[in-house]
Design a protein around this ligand. Structure first.
Ligand code: PLP
Length: 375
């Protein structure tokens, strides 16, 4: 048998996983690669799941999601300013599931999706699997913000969506009001979806400018959200998607064909999560970020100042190595693992994740400094 969807041959392994696996082969290597909080899931959330299991919440959930969670999400988002009804919410397998359903639901083969870059590679993988084309909008020359003229030039007759990720993985940059105004001006009233990946909105200096809150774009905006990062629930695989009713009615059927529904007791834990105060974790990430930035300044290594997420994008353009070589050698010669910017579409940069434990961070930064001197 040699027949399969040829688009699958264009899919690439996640670079983050590739470098993490390389690091696992080096005993004692400090992992500053993956966006995996070192915190355990808060106790009330775990208790809610245990209680749900005891109460027999082990059967299929409705395709759309547990009604209690749908209501809790709609209340949570409406309180934040994205007015929505429970009927517009779809509970998904992480934000990955939300993005998969959103992108495969709106893109047809040959369509184009605009991805401001550097960017998380998942968007391009999903677009590829859908037979669509990713148009990278390079933000490196515009301070990582979106310029109206550049965006307008990237939009063509086949453009069907733009993905916005703010705060951004890998740069930690928050899109400014001006960037969002540029997006709005370029897409308003056109058949182009604005897909907002807001998974790091809870790990940020303050509320971020956000097109999901703009009433004029209500018929064009989709929100992809996750419990993974703010609640330290990466392994639970819980997220959600919100959008206009007519589209959500169709995406529900697609989601039903993809995963049927999300585990029932995990959804009960999601209800508890939305009631849990996780501001102390967010504050701790900020403390670690500030510590890292001060340490990098002492090392003399330039970087992009992040406003959110838990990554720092290190600028190695002045060094005599490529990003891939830098990361491979840092693992093998210094025992510290980072991810090359090429995995996000940016040569000359390296991503450092600081959501690991402070002690690992301290050792990792000391090793990074020693490695820099050796170059
Ligand atoms: N979007 C971004 C920008 C991410 O960094 C991640 C995970 O790292 C995801 C989406 C997927 O998150 P989830 O764990 O909810 O699938």
């Amino acid at each position: 048998m040699n027949h399969w969807n040829r688009d699958l041959d264009r899919l690439q392994r996640s670079g983050i996983r590739r470098f993490t696996n390389m690091a696992k082969e080096v005993p004692g290597c400090v992992m500053l690669t993956i966006g995996e909080p070192d915190f355990d899931t808060p106790e009330p959330i775990c208790q809610a799941a245990a209680q749900a299991l005891k109460e027999g919440h082990t059967h299929y959930a409705p395709n759309q999601g547990d009604p209690e969670l749908l209501q809790a999400i709609a209340d949570f988002e409406s309180a934040r300013g994205m007015a929505c009804e429970p009927g517009q919410v779809l509970v998904t397998v992480g934000a990955t599931g939300a993005l998969y359903t959103a992108l495969t639901g709106v893109l047809e083969p040959g369509d184009q999706v605009i991805v401001p870059s550097p960017a998380f590679s998942l968007y391009e993988s999903i677009a590829t699997a859908a037979g669509a084309e990713t148009v990278r909008l390079d933000l490196s020359e515009t301070g990582l913000q979106i310029d109206y003229a550049a965006l307008a030039a990237a939009i063509g007759p086949r453009t069907r969506a733009i993905v916005l990720n703010s705060p951004c993985n890998p740069t930690g940059t928050v899109l400014s009001e001006e960037s969002l105004a540029a997006v709005k001006e370029a897409v308003l009233g056109k058949p182009i979806w604005v897909i907002c990946d807001n998974v790091y909105a809870g790990v940020c200096d303050g509320p971020c400018p956000d097109l999901t809150l703009d009433p004029q774009l209500r018929d064009q905006v989709l929100l992809c959200q996750s419990f993974s990062k703010p609640y330290a629930m990466t392994g639970w695989r819980l997220g959600y998607l919100i959008g206009p009713q007519a589209l959500m009615d169709r995406l529900l059927l697609l989601h039903a064909a993809q995963v049927a529904s999300v585990p029932t007791f995990v959804q009960k834990a999601g209800v508890a999560a939305l009631r849990t105060d996780v501001s102390a974790m967010a504050a701790e990430y900020r403390r670690r970020r500030d510590w890292c930035m001060a340490r990098l300044e002492r090392m003399g290594l330039p970087f992009i100042r992040p406003q959110g997420a838990f990554y720092i994008f290190l600028d190695i353009r002045a060094l005599p190595v490529s990003a891939e070589a830098f990361c491979t050698r840092a693992i093998r010669e210094a025992g510290v693992a980072l991810v090359p910017g090429t995995c996000f579409g940016a040569e000359g940069f390296v991503r450092l994740s600081y959501c690991c434990s402070p002690s690992a961070l301290e050792v990792g930064m000391a090793r990074l400094e020693t490695f820099l001197f050796s170059l």
